[in-house]
Design a protein around this ligand. Structure first.
Ligand SMILES: C[S@@+](CC[C@H](N)C(=O)[O-])C[C@H]1O[C@@H](n2cnc3c(N)ncnc32)[C@H](O)[C@@H]1O
Length: 224
């Protein structure tokens, strides 16, 4: 598990009856119905960074429960404190490598949507192996999506967009929403992330890949 230490800190104090948003050890898998006190659909933001996208989503959609995963511990703690101060109760955070955490955290078919916003493109060839959107990762996400659930990936980096499209198009059970070249350059109504706004203001093109889970996704035998 990666992520920097947080050192001395002064965490925001939970209000009376407020749930702790940071799941230090997210169970095997957690009982989300019990954790959120209801059976709302669950949406997952992978690599939330500073978390403004996740915060805006959970404030704007109290009917949905959200889970954010990031392997940067400092970012997790910072967002945790914002969630506590905002008294948002429909979001939980976990810290660690999404590829390792996801199989532990969600049962097959247990997630309505995954979003990966602006994953690090690692443009240098010798760093390509650090990219985490691979066919294997896509298979893992597909196994956790409910039928009809969505996976959205955004990047400003065209070569990485092409790689992502190649990897995800090989995943059985994921059906692309966009035809050739496999991405849209805008998703109307979408909340902008920090990176997204920065890149748009710089005049760069953002690429959005979106997939739907086919019927039959998220079966118990996809549990590996
Ligand atoms: C370039 S930032 C994008 C942040 C945010 N999604 C946005 O669009 O503004 C990538 C984020 O992904 C996180 N990350 C990278 N690899 C990860 C992994 N394997 N598991 C979880 N988080 C990861 C990083 O810590 C970082 O916060």
């Amino acid at each position: 598990m990666r992520g920097g230490g947080v050192g001395k800190r002064n965490p925001a104090v939970l209000a009376e009856g407020q749930p702790e948003p940071f799941l230090e050890d997210p169970g095997d898998p957690p009982d989300w119905r019990q954790e959120f006190g209801r059976g709302a659909p669950i949406e997952v933001d992978i690599g939330f960074g500073k978390g403004e996208y996740l915060l805006a989503l959970c404030a704007g959609h109290p009917e949905t429960d959200y889970v954010g995963i990031d392997y940067d511990r400092g970012r997790v703690w910072k967002l945790r404190d914002k969630i506590v101060r905002g008294n948002l109760r429909n979001v939980r955070l976990a810290c660690g490598d999404a590829a390792l955490l996801l199989p532990r955290m969600f049962v097959p078919g247990g997630v309505r949507s995954f979003t990966v916003n602006f994953p690090d493109p690692w443009p240098k060839r010798r760093h390509h192996k650090r990219r985490f959107i691979t066919r294997k990762f896509g298979e893992l996400l597909a196994s956790r999506l409910e039928p009809g659930g969505t996976l959205t990936v955004a990047t400003d980096h065209r070569p990485y967009a092409d790689v992502i499209i190649g990897e995800l198009s090989a995943v059985k059970g994921l059906e692309p929403d966009f035809g050739q070249p496999g991405f849209a350059t805008a998703l109307p109504g979408r909340i902008e992330t920090l990176y997204e706004r920065k890149y748009r203001e710089m005049g760069r093109t953002n690429h959005y890949m979106r997939y739907h889970a086919a019927a039959g996704c998220g079966r118990a035998d996809d549990a590996k």
